[in-house]
Ligand binder design. Structure first.
Ligand code: EPZ
Length: 428
């Protein structure tokens, strides 16, 4: 197993380029199944979850290849879905990556049928799929739910899905994206209501329209999808990852450093930048670059609540917890999205943090310093938070199960080094 070793206690100082967004790329890769031809993703992040989605598409019969251009302009992923031959996604795949469920809607749109193992929960919460299944049924899908497989087919003998008006019981990024994908080739018009407004939903609409779909309203709570007959070859530019950018700003804050982010997705970071400012972090935007001075980012946050977009992202909750562990005062974080997203606290406490968890509330009493020790990543963002804590801590920190961090961060060790951090990946 891979682990990452960090020698902390020094302010970060350097420049970093932000990778393509994991949560923008994955749904576009699933949408490629809809088209009997080529879909290209430029600036696609080379991370474990993308490689895994690529493996699923290959299992279905897609031909995939990467073309790297010079430097950061690289990472173009070519997905040729002309000759897909399977419509079943085996358990070994579905259970490892939650967002594979949206492939079901793509398979139904393309073939009128599909099967996938029900994606399990994960350490951050139960992760149910009731909203996904009720949406597919509303579009005219018959679904058999077995313990080990969900088998779905178009209820109509012609194998088509039919447009419908669907109101989601709660805002769900994945279910919104799933509904957009499933409705693209359906007969007639689909109205999705109470939709998630995350930027990744807007990027997916842009990618679908680039493929020849007709999607309007993304980014609002109502999205309209006019079914079309066919799609065409397209190329999508994956935007910078707003969660990775926020993670690195947290690294600057935890170490009281000064960093430059070359390509920040600023318009998507307002809630986070508001919290960063409340902690005492400062920044300027010069020529599109974000120049951050986090030398004074030591203020506590009396109450921070995670929320759906444009609220504060649940994905940055753990990285911010690592920063608040070193704040001068008491902070309170309320996690409103997932039931169990405070797992990282136990390892931060082992590093010297004073954190008390009570259900969805975390109470943090900032301390003078953290001490390096051996800790274990339990999930993606918690693992990233441990790396930040290691950069701030005195002495050496080892983070085991680093592969969980590689699910969403491409070469984080290179990025941290470019910011002046001392870090080394070990083992396989
Ligand atoms: C997406 O997950 C992201 N993943 C998550 O990022 C992110 O944390 C989450 O949205 C919230 O912003 C990807 O985009 C690949 P949801 P998703 O459906 O779609 C409940 C990361 O770290 N719900 O918006 O699975 C659910 O339990 C990952 O990059 C139902 O009740 O999240 C949760 O409480 C982690 N029924 C809430 O909705 C359903 O059918 C929001 O989940 C579906 C969801």
């Amino acid at each position: 197993m891979k682990n990452i070793r960090i020698w902390g206690g020094r302010p970060l100082d350097g420049t970093v380029y932000i990778q393509g967004s994991k949560n923008a790329a994955l749904p576009v890769m699933a949408a490629a199944v809809l088209h009997k031809g080529m879909t290209v993703l430029h600036d696609c992040p080379k991370i474990a979850d993308v490689f895994f989605m690529e493996k699923i598409l290959s299992h279905l019969g897609a031909k995939t290849c990467w073309k790297d251009h010079f430097g950061h302009l690289g990472h173009s992923l070519y997905l040729d879905c002309s000759d897909l031959r399977a419509t079943d996604i085996p358990d070994e795949y579905a259970s490892r990556m939650r967002c594979s469920i949206i492939l079901l809607g793509a398979l139904l749109g393309r073939f009128g049928q599909g099967a996938i193992a029900p994606p399990g929960g994960c350490v951050i919460g139960k992760r149910p799929i009731d909203l996904h299944l009720s949406m597919l049924r509303a579009l005219g899908t018959h679904i058999e739910e077995h313990p080990k497989v969900l088998r779905a087919c178009a209820a109509d003998l012609d194998g088509e899905l039919y447009g419908a008006r669907i109101r989601f019981a709660k805002q769900s990024v994945g279910a919104t994206e799933h509904g957009m994908i499933a409705a693209v080739l359906a007969k007639g018009t689909t109205y999705l209501e109470n939709c998630a407004k995350e930027p990744e939903v807007v990027w997916l609409a842009q990618a679908l329209n680039g493929m020849g779909a007709s999607v309007t309203g993304a980014g609002t709570d109502q999205i309209r999808i006019e079914g079309v007959e066919a799609l065409h070859d397209s190329a999508f530019q994956v935007p910078p990852d707003r969660i990775v950018a926020g993670t690195y700003l947290c690294a600057a804050a935890a170490t009281r450093g000064k960093i430059c982010i070359e390509n920040p997705p600023l318009s998507e970071m307002s809630a986070f930048l508001g919290v960063y400012g409340k902690m005492g972090g400062q920044y300027d935007v010069i020529g599109g670059k974000l120049i951050a001075d986090a030398s004074g980012a030591c203020g506590p946050i009396t109450r921070l609540e995670t929320d759906v977009y444009p609220g504060f992202s649940t994905d940055l909750q753990s990285p911010v917890m690592a920063v608040l562990a070193l704040a001068r005062g008491k902070s309170h974080i309320r996690e409103n999205i997932f039931e169990d997203r405070f797992r990282v606290a136990e390892d931060l406490v082992r590093m010297g943090a004073h954190i008390r968890i009570n259900g969805r509330d975390a109470y943090i009493d900032g301390t003078e310093r953290l001490y390096g020790c051996r800790v274990t990543a339990q999930e993606l963002r918690g693992g990233a938070a441990l790396i930040l804590a290691g950069l701030a801590a005195e002495g050496e920190t080892t983070v085991d199960d680093f592969h969980l961090v590689e699910r969403g961060y491409e070469q984080i060790q290179e990025d941290i080094r470019s910011l002046g951090g001392r870090i080394l990946v070990e083992g396989e």
